[in-house]
Design a protein around this ligand. Sequence first.
Ligand code: NAD
Length: 520
Amino acid sequence: MTATATPSHSALSELAEASFAALDVREHIQPWHFGPVGAGLGSIPVRTPITGELIGSLGADHFGALVDYGAAIEAAHRVFPQWRDVPAPARGHVVRRLGELLKEHKDALGRLVTLEAGKIAAEALGEVQEMIDVCEFAVGLSRQLYGKTIASERPGHALRESWHPLGVVGVISAFNFPVAVWAWNTALALVCGDTVVWKPSELTPLTAVACHGLLRKALADTGHDPEAHQLILGKREAGEALVDDPRVALVSATGSTRMGREVGPRVAARFGRSLLELGGNNAVIVAPSADLDLALRGIVFAAAGTAGQRCTTLRRLIVHESVVDELLPRLVAAYQGLRVGNPLEEGVLVGPLIHQGAYEGMAAALEQAQAEGGKVLVGGERVGEGDSYYVSPAVVRMPAQTGVVANETFAPILYVLAYADLDEAIALNNAVPQGLSSAIFTNDVREAERFVSAAGSDCGIANVNIGTSGAEIGGAFGGEKETGGGRESGSDSWKAYMRRSTATVNYSTELPLAQGVSFG
Ligand code: NAD
């Protein structure tokens, strides 16, 4: 593992200011403005995990904008009837325009993602590309919000179901996908006829203001009211405002299982809807017939990429006992070649952890793993010092799936377990509280089909011969059990953003009752 030098603080401030200015959204982000540290009343600090320092601040024209979450929800609620009445294909034009703006500003927005979330450039650009992809998907969807026509049991009657806009959708998002998760939700919600209030992570407010500005510009460019999208910046209290407000029809919340455990019951208590995308603890099974070259590449990207800070990060490697001794030395060698450091620098594959707390969580997990009989094969050390937290990704051989392995530690730790037969491997895959992503590397079609069958992986995502992370937008994304059960992005996930209405129309002159009931 090699480390690179971190850049100077002022250089990063300048890069943030230049990247933000390149988006050209200043007039669309009111009341917010972005400037040097300390600018503006009640300003929100913008920090980079690259150095751990402040790279600017977000101020508001009036202090109230920072705390009056109700006003944002009120505005989204007020605009909803007029947005609902815009024909869906015309709503698609707004999302098409958003996609165009994202293409135009891909590099600048990608740089902001690197600065605020610490992702290497390739992954940051990939995240913006994911936004562009979902916009394209949503534009097509805007002409395909189909309902069903059902055969009525009564003569002269028509039975059908239609999908209607829900109302205000509240989007709460996590730091590690600061822009893509917003786009998954917002592109779909908008074509479905909903207005949106977004509460981004408090760790990534600048990318949020950037996206807010781009969407408001898209709304203005297509002749629609920019108030259809609202942004509230703040910590969990801002999220709680969405959770508890009966004007918010759907709360789509992405983050830790801890957060979802609080949000789910509170939204349910007011009979609101929630869509939960929570923590994962994802496994790969390496079977005896696996192509080990392919498996190795898939494992390293899934486990060490994004510095282990993806919900779909590979955290458990379940290897058949006949290949474990061949695979592990190759895995250790691949880890030793990973370059850790400044994510702006070419060749770096592992950027920083988001903050000190993430590093402390990793160190505590490694300590616990060793206390539970684990042996660290490679990595696990802090690289560098100061206010930023870089680590060498770790591989830990475990004697069994003990307590620490069942938890999601949001850092690059890969626990390795050995198995004797496929039943045991599938049981290990499923024996954790989370159920997001999973994969098997095998050339045996029986094993592959078994893994993706009902008797196989219990996760929302079950892959064969690819890793656990890096899903395409075309499929429905989400997971079971403590991952929350929500589905976002492709397939028919759009249905979560609409309400279903079943209509029976009697065009006859009789009034026959269903089930042949006779009444007087
Ligand atoms: P987090 O739970 O700390 O915060 C997520 C968001 O929830 C933030 O905007 C935060 O302010 C808000 N929040 C926290 N408590 C809240 C409450 N009680 N009410 C309302 N809002 C509240 O998560 P994080 O550290 O930003 O992100 C990492 C976590 O997110 C990991 O567990 C990761 O697996 C998960 N994640 C899941 C997915 C998915 O699609 N399943 C995607 C990305 C991240």
